[in-house]
Design a protein around this ligand. Structure first.
Ligand code: HEC
Length: 110
């Protein structure tokens, strides 16, 4: 009896924690990415121009990388010529990075 109720409490806790950890990718992108990439991914921002960034909504740009490559890049950041990060590492989880890649893929404009 004891073990059974203990187990269901554990299950409830795990489900609850998963609910809290789940971030909305649109909100994440606006908060952590749009300052450089722009809300539409076109990088029409001060940073985008300074770093000569690519337009993430361009199908040609999207075709140059796999989802897995972008997931890694979002977690680890991008190094520039000097070995310094031009895009900061985000410390997001793999699951969050996956959601963000899906979000960026959906920004695609032919
Ligand atoms: C400080 C500015 C900055 C922030 C913040 C930033 N990025 Fe970047 N990002 C860059 C730069 C610079 C590059 C490399 C140049 C390029 O590809 O345009 C890059 C490249 C990328 C690429 C690869 C584009 C390609 O050419 O293959 C993706 C995808 C990407 N960023 C997604 C994100 C996501 C998602 C976030 C938010 C979690 C984010 N970035 C936050 C600056 C930033």
């Amino acid at each position: 009896m004891r073990t059974t109720s203990g187990f269901s409490l554990l299950v409830a806790l795990v489900i609850g924690a998963a609910g809290v950890a789940r971030a909305d990718p649109a909100e994440l992108f606006d908060k952590k990415c749009a300052t450089c990439h722009g809300k539409d991914g076109k990088a029409e921002t001060a940073m985008g121009r300074k770093l000569n960034m690519r337009n993430l909504s361009d199908p040609k740009v999207q075709a140059t990388a796999t989802d897995a490559q972008w997931e890694r890049l979002i977690v680890e950041g991008v190094k520039g010529a000097g070995g310094k990060n031009v895009m900061p590492a985000t410390k997001l989880t793999d699951a969050e990075a996956k959601e963000l890649v899906k979000y960026v893929r959906a920004l695609k404009k032919p």
